[in-house]
Design a binder for this molecule. Structure first.
Ligand code: SF4
Length: 65
């Protein structure tokens, strides 16, 4: 099962992930990206992989195992 995660040390809070794949990503109170609880598998949403490309900080990893 794929696993989506955000490296919070790298995230710059641009919000691109939330705009690109709102079913998978949300932002915290400070505007930094987070993976919605229960959406760590990417929900089969191709937009999750699009968000990986859209992130300007390359903070999102999408691992297939
Ligand atoms: S797109 Fe990347 S840098 Fe922007 S909020 Fe999401 S994880 Fe952070």
């Amino acid at each position: 099962m794929p696993r989506v995660s955000i490296d919070s040390d790298v995230c710059i809070g641009s919000g691109q992930c939330v705009l690109t794949a709102p079913a998978v990503f949300d932002s915290d109170d400070d505007g930094f990206g987070l993976v919605r609880p229960g959406s760590e598998d990417g929900r089969g949403d191709p937009l999750a992989q699009e968000a990986v490309r859209a992130c300007p900080a390359q903070a999102i990893s999408f691992e297939e195992d």
